[in-house]
Write a new protein. Sequence first.
Length: 759
Amino acid sequence: MTHNRILRRTAHGLRTRWACRHAVVWLAVVLAAGAAQSADEAYTWQPLRVGAGGFLTGLDIAPDGTRVVRTDTYGAYKWNRTTSVWEQLVTTASLPAVDAGIDLNVAGVFEIRIASIDTSTMYMALRGYVYKTTNGGASWTRTNFAQLNPNDSLAVEGIDRVSGEKMAIDPANADVVYVGSRLDGMFVTDDGGSTWSSVTGVPGGSIPGITGICFDNTSAVVRGKTQVIYASSAGIGTYRSANAGASWTRISDGTGGTPTTALHGVCANGKYYVTAGTYGNGVLWKYTGSWTNIEPTPGQPRSHSISVDPSDANRLVVGMESGNLVVSRDDGASWDPIVWTVTRNGVNIPWHGWTGENYMSNGAMQFDPAVAGKLWFAQGIGVWHTTLNAGAPSSVAWNEDSVGIEQIVGNVVSAPPGKSTIHLAGWDRGVFSTSDVDAFPTSHGPVQAFNHAWWVGYAATDPSTVVVVDNYNGNDFTATSANDGTSWTQLFADTPVALRGGTGAASTASNIIVIGSNEGPGYYTTNGGSAWKPLSLPGVQDTSFHFAFFLNRHIVTADHVTPNKFWLYKSSKTGHASSDGLFRSTDGGARWTRVYAPEIAPGSVWNSKLASVPGKEDHLFFSSGQTGVLGQANPDPRAAFKRSTDGGSTWVPVPNVLEVYSFGFGDVKQPANYPAIFIAGWVYGEWGIWRSDDEGATWAKIANFPLDSFDLITAVEGAKDGTDRVYLGFRGSGYAYGVPSSTSSTEDPTRPQAPILLP
């Protein structure tokens, strides 16, 4: 026993000394060469099919059936009637050149509307600006609308993101547009966006500001403008103009007896219908010269969306915040019983029908003007439709119709070696495990219910074991799977812990570490989850590692060669606390040694990522993640991509690589005998998705913006099955995968020549 232990220690010492020498030689040779070479390698990119999955917060349907939906995470989609597929409208190809390379930090769409008189014309509020298209969304022009703050006045977050009709286009004149904001009132253009002015006759009110804007298309059109317009100011009242916006009159007094804050406002048949109040507690009103409360559930208001059937002027449909319906067949004088029986059919995306979705959160509903009785529903995980017959419905079948929309907020992609199945961790629906990237999954894990997967990975020395850190609103579903995600066993079933958000790492099926967020602690188990113990670091009183659940932060990793060896990174908000640094455990998390102090790189308290290299003992890479803002002064010169080959005791920057948002590893490449490295970041100050087959000495760009998307890259992972495939996760539009489209690459003669790596 002693002899074997000495041999192991000697071997470890030799490996450590070789690793240190190798790191020094690697850096010296690269620096002597001046810089590493960069080349381009052609990759073909496709969406990795999951299928919608996020909140579609609003929709608009034109009289000819043209329809769009908006999202709260990235972009908006238009229905292609030829292909029956939704198409993303916010792309690098469609936005003007002035916006190329920008960071869409508020990447959802505040509002989008179609001009009914000419459906090739649309207006869209994005990033605090208003954009216009005259070719159906193929290209957009930024209007002269003065930018409002996209984080508050035109913010796409918050419960009021599902409040509707924040913009309206004159049905008689596509150059006349009204835009409401959350904080700055309402604005109007009558020349197609060349000039804008504030509508002083309608005060701004409180959040959600100006909503429920609509034109009464039965009113007169004078000098090319529809005369009657409505708009509601939150907390103040509803305003009406009878002279095309020249003057406005408040038609509600704000005392509670008449509607103020509009959830949705609809003009139909010379009347104005509005659901008013707060989400989940709306009251339905009708204005016909005076107000009438026609709430279908008086005393317990539930109205959210209101739809008037264009083929039957007397039929109103109210959608509750839960997705249930109530129907009136006499213009609100009476109501049929609430439709509580709802079924969901995953017509194209099977998991939409399978998932636990008894509560269908409501963005908006609208009848299809081109198909009698067809009702569309923009909802929490996608787009649905149903057909309502003339009678009183006792049940409703919602049919999923979301192909083309990918809206999961991706956190991690894991591709275990020797496995055809990959695992995708994201918000709202946990983990999708799939072996067919072009087919929609039938289910997700680890539970059927609404849940958030913050991290998923395979056990570093046992890739047959998959672990997910999953929790939501006090419910913890952290689990392990031994069958590629087909079934899951919860890890905290017998030992409850308080986790929200977080990350994790696994060495074996028995030895797992999980880290909580929101200043929560970390735990380890050495018996597969039967018992858990809190992590304790030497000399560190504050054992919090992750201060906010929404950060894409992964700061614990396991060695891929030696079982039960972990590294854990701790960084404070100040960036220079005595507890900052890298800790190592060789006994599964029971005892730790600080091997490096202080911060590995500046800015590492936010979205930093630490990972060990598959097949290479003691080899680690580290990035602080996103620290700058894409399109401004980038990359952040402090945010070097760093590497260690001696178990974290020393770190060297990877030359010419800065501010890596995320990184991952692929197959082992020859002659380097080292896994391919994939990054999303800057090489030579140039943004892109990059690949290195020689330990970071040279890089090939494999994409600028995959899928022509500006969306933030949150996850990068390489396949380890010989395909050279690379997987990406987006902050608000799901996942993508890329494969080499050829084996050739084009070298840039202005780049320095590639160094020769010494053995």
